[in-house]
Design a protein around this ligand. Structure first.
Ligand code: NAP
Length: 250
């Protein structure tokens, strides 16, 4: 039997890495995209291979149309036609009020989280659309609980960028449903990854916010990956166009 072939953008660390490794354990072959951290991507690939999957690390900036198209082509060349995509690469930029935010920070976030994510979704639609023989074709976009929280004082531009992911998910789900391709999103709440200290620039962000979450803790990357794997799998065969909030009650 053919194994499903999954591309995870931003698969070298955090939620993407947890998703890639969990998918490998559940029978997927996995293409792990990363931007610059080749060592982290190699570790994820090794963990996928240890789980019995074929896996490959693919460098590419998911804000660049040229890189996105190349990464999809390299994934197919290495592992065969794609059947599943997790559209995960995303950044916040340094936290501040909007009034104090640099234009470059806002543009970089929109370039990756909106333009890049839409281009990844376009390539996913093309790749999965051309692979009609594959069973259970599905795309999972990564949104955020920030869409409804708004992230005031931290990164309202990031919250707005993830609002675009929700609209993308709803529209593309309707476009691709007749072809039998499902499109859903997971909207994580605060999750224990590098994004808070390294990307947002506030090392104490997790400790500050965790007590305000109804479940009184942040998520582990594996807890988010579980929901992503559910939406990739045939367990959710009648679910499309859904934004699944996984945010500890927030
Ligand atoms: P993370 O720990 O900061 O990891 C980011 C991953 O994305 C890394 O693999 C990184 O690659 C890659 N990446 C960043 N920019 C990229 C680009 N331009 N092209 C290709 N890859 C790129 O992030 P995370 O917390 O796991 O977040 C993953 C997704 O979940 C994002 O869309 C984020 O907005 C969303 N999310 C996160 C949280 C949270 O609390 N953590 C909550 C809600 C939503 P390198 O290793 O090469 O740098």
């Amino acid at each position: 039997m053919n194994r499903p072939v999954l591309l995870v953008t931003g698969g070298s660390r955090g939620i993407g890495a947890a998703t890639a490794i969990m998918a490998a354990k559940r029978g997927y072959d996995v293409a792990v995209n990363y931007q610059s951290n080749a060592d982290a991507a190699a570790e994820v690939v090794a963990a996928c291979e240890a789980a019995g999957a074929r896996a490959v690390a693919l460098q590419g900036d998911m804000a660049s149309a040229t890189d996105i198209i190349r990464v999809f082509a390299e994934a197919k060349a290495a592992l065969g036609p794609l059947s599943h995509v997790v559209n995960n690469a995303g950044i916040t930029g340094k936290a501040s009020s909007l009034a104090e935010a640099d234009t470059g920070v806002i543009r970089a976030c929109i370039d990756v989280n909106v333009t890049g994510a839409i281009l990844v979704a376009r390539e996913a639609a093309r790749a999965l659309g051309a692979n009609a023989e594959a069973k259970g074709r599905a795309i999972v976009n990564i949104s955020s609980a920030a869409v409804t929280l708004g992230s005031p004082g931290e990164f309202v531009w990031y919250a707005a960028s993830k609002g675009a992911i929700d609209s993308l998910t709803i529209g593309l789900a309707k476009e691709l449903a007749p072809a039998g391709i499902r499109v859903n999103a997971v909207a994580p709440g605060m999750t224990e990854t590098d994004i808070h200290a390294m990307s947002s620039g506030e090392p104490g962000r997790v400790a500050r916010i965790a007590p305000t979450i109804p479940l009184k803790r942040v998520a582990t990357p594996d807890e988010i990956a579980e929901s992503i794997l559910f939406l990739l799998s045939e367990a959710s065969a009648y679910t499309t166009g859904v934004i699944l909030r996984v945010a500890g009650g927030r």
